[in-house]
Design a binder for this molecule. Structure first.
Ligand code: ZN
Length: 292
């Protein structure tokens, strides 16, 4: 069995730009009683309504189909935005219902909200989601099993490897397409008093030093690179222009597979079942009870 991932058509590596369309869900979760009064922050988060069409237009120019993760509540609140994503043929992945954090929920409640998130995706797209990204990378000791029960093909957001790997649960395997904060736009650009986040704002060229360092290593070693970005953060004109130039550079190389995560996950699942590639396997949960 190969240790290198055999990517389709002999390309060197795979890459995906993913956008998490959280809009103001995160504000209502963080400040349930006062979010409606925090109009300044709402205005920033609702920049998604401007950025999503701009991102969809950019992908059309690039000839790319990519993945958007959208909380169920946002799908219901912003149907026009989601229609634009679907009309262009992009993948709609699930991202919680109100962006709730899985480890804060009892298993029954986690499952109930997961079903509401699935229902929202299915109602608007006519298809159950294949992929899930835990909001804020949250993932409980039951999440993997619940995702397997609900028939998900993959999750994207854990960090136990830099290459795709398998999540083994009592209810079957899932593909994990891992993430890392090094490819997330939040630490690069966000300043928000309402979210206690005051890291500072970097210019796009500085932010891309981190993203490109990660990409070039994936390219050199035959790995997978995933950008984890937000329309209200990375969709501003200067940042989006930098993204488009980056995507053009990837496509110009001719040996990078830029694809939606569902396609990458399907390829990995096929390799794993055909036993042509020695996948890293993680059995979850790591621990069944507190160890402290
Ligand atoms: Zn999110």
């Amino acid at each position: 069995m190969s240790k290198q991932i055999p990517w389709p058509d002999g390309v060197r590596c795979a890459a995906a730009i993913t956008f998490d369309v959280d809009a103001d869900s995160i504000l209502h979760l963080e400040h349930p009683n006062s979010a409606h009064r925090r109009v300044g922050t709402q205005s920033w988060l609702r920049y998604d309504e401007v950025a999503v069409p701009a991102i969809v237009d950019m992908y059309a120019r690039l000839g790319l189909r990519q993945t958007f993760f959208v909380p169920g509540w946002c799908i219901e609140r912003y149907p026009r935005m989601v229609e634009q994503i679907l009309a262009a043929g992009h993948e709609l992945g699930a991202h919680g219902y109100l962006h709730e954090l899985a480890h804060t929920l009892e298993p029954e409640r986690e499952h109930e909200l997961m079903r509401r998130a699935i229902d929202a995706v299915e109602a608007t797209s006519g298809r159950r989601p294949r992929g899930w990204r835990g909001p804020l990378y949250s993932f409980s000791d039951r999440t993997a099993e619940l995702l397997a029960i609900e028939g998900f093909t993959y999750h994207s957001g854990l960090m136990a490897h830099h290459l795709p790997y398998l999540l083994r649960t009592p209810r079957g395997d899932l593909v994990e397409l891992p993430c890392d904060w090094a490819n997330d736009d939040w630490p690069q650009y966000v300043v928000s008093l309402d979210f206690d986040w005051l890291v500072g704002v970097r210019p796009p060229e500085r932010a891309f030093e981190s993203f490109i360092a990660e990409f070039e290593t994936a390219y050199a070693t035959g790995g997978l690179w995933i950008g984890i970005w937000h329309p209200f953060v990375s969709g501003r004109p200067s940042r989006l222009a930098r993204i488009e130039r980056f995507a053009e550079e990837l496509l110009a190389r001719g040996d990078v597979w830029v694809a939606p995560l569902e396609d990458i996950a399907q390829h990995i699942a096929h390799l794993a079942s055909a036993e042509t590639w020695a996948s890293h396997v993680v059995e979850l949960p790591y621990d069944e009870r507190p160890l402290g």
